[in-house]
Design a protein around this ligand. Structure first.
Ligand SMILES: *Cc1c(COP(=O)(O)O)cnc(C)c1O
Length: 387
């Protein structure tokens, strides 16, 4: 239990579930009618909390949830979700029996995997087939595809499985001009034709992640699988039109200490930054063990007392230092690493650019000892948390 006097956590992730609902509705409007919405909640809802993200997605009428692993799918069931759920990254020995018996749609990449699903239970398994159209990651290679479709069609005729979907994944949807997108779509169309020749009539055919859902109408097909955009982050910086998506996550801490230092003071391990003149430093009690990238040292900014303050010196395991200059902050003040950006605070995208990575990595890795709290800005009263 925290001391009763403390009203805000020392370091926390605050997730506004209203932002997730808003984003899902906005994306649905953008992709238009006749396209089902799958909200991807793998990796603990991209760090936002899987169960809460799932509930927000369902409240915004997402027909499907997508996850990587069987365990994630079963966790959704344990959290009370009863809707359609697709998982797509299994290994031999995974609990297909539990997945099938709990009505999870399982993605199959190969005939061996198909055999394992069928052997796991007598129940008719809902199976989706994935074809590799050029990412060279999961999925059947084009030269294995016809045989996989034929095997699946045979099992479907025997009542052992129901093939509910055929899908693939794009390598370069965040670079809409890349010819790889059209090439993959063409291969996908060939794969769909092959599935049809085998006698398969899948309920959903899908190809698009967030970037393709937003930027590539031809890739939307029956369903889009949106992850990052549902959390309000830009899947294709520099290409995405402003849809009014709202980042749902804020990462904040309370300043542990504020101190004056003289000109010449060197900050943090290795003395990689030295004060040119006397200044005020703020100690932020989060570090790389909490998922703050170590590479953010001397690069990223943190919002303190109404302005963005630069991180000075190296990020340590548990803490980092910001230059407050004359910002007038005191210990206990809010230090916002990133948030929706509406007050001027950095966004996860700003942190990604400062760290040479993508916003996906920023939000999925932040955590460690930070606590996580969910708010709902759409239902809050005047006493509620200010967003
Ligand atoms: C993670 C994932 C997505 C979601 O991608 P975003 O870029 O976050 O929208 C979609 N499909 C598959 C197969 C994934 O693994």
């Amino acid at each position: 239990m925290p001391p009763p006097s403390r009203t805000t956590a020392r370091a926390e992730i605050v997730v506004d579930v209203a932002a997730i609902r808003h984003n899902v509705r906005t994306l649905r409007e953008h992709v238009g009618p006749g396209v089902a919405m799958m909200v991807v909640v793998k990796a603990d809802g991209y760090g936002h909390g899987m169960a809460e993200a799932a509930r927000a997605a369902r409240a915004a009428e997402a027909e499907w949830l997508g996850v990587a692993t069987v365990d994630e799918a079963l966790a959704l069931r344990a959290a009370g979700d009863t809707g359609r759920v697709l998982c797509w990254l299994t290994v031999p020995g995974d609990d297909y029996r539990a997945a099938v018996e709990q009505d999870v749609d399982v993605t199959v990449y190969s005939e061996a995997e198909l055999a394992e699903v069928v052997a796991a239970t007598d129940r008719t398994a809902r199976v989706q087939l994935k074809v590799d159209t050029g990412l060279s990651r999961g999925g059947a290679s084009p030269d294995e595809w016809a045989a996989l479709c034929a095997a699946a069609a045979g099992l479907e005729r025997d009542g052992r499985i129901s093939v509910t979907g055929v899908w693939s994944h794009l390598s370069s949807s965040d670079e809409p001009e890349d010819p790889a997108n059209a090439a993959q779509e063409a291969l996908f169309d060939e794969a769909l034709a092959e599935a049809e020749r085998a006698g398969l009539r899948p309920e959903v055919r899908h190809l698009a992640n967030s970037a393709a859902a937003i930027l590539r109408p031809s890739a939307r097909r029956d369903l889009v699988r949106v992850g990052i955009a549902a959390y309000g982050l830009d899947p294709a910086p520099g290409h995405t039109p402003d849809l009014g998506l709202v980042p749902a996550m804020t990462a904040r801490a309370s300043l542990a200490m504020v101190k004056r230092v003289d000109a010449g003071a060197a900050v943090s391990y290795g003395r990689t930054w030295t004060a040119e003149r006397a200044t005020t430093l703020g100690l932020v009690p989060v570090g790389y063990a909490d998922g703050v990238p170590r590479v953010a040292g001397n690069r990223a900014e943190v919002w303190v007392a109404g302005s963005r303050r630069p991180v000075r010196g190296r990020v340590c395991m548990d803490q980092l230092v910001v230059d407050l200059d004359d910002a007038g902050a005191t210990a206990g003040d809010d230090a916002v690493l990133f948030g929706p950006g509406v007050h001027g605070e950095p966004t996860a995208q700003d942190w990604a650019e400062a760290c040479g990575t993508i916003s996906y990595e920023i939000v999925t890795r932040i955590g460690g000892r930070m606590t996580r709290r969910h708010t709902d800005s759409a239902t809050e009263t005047a006493e509620g948390t200010d967003r």
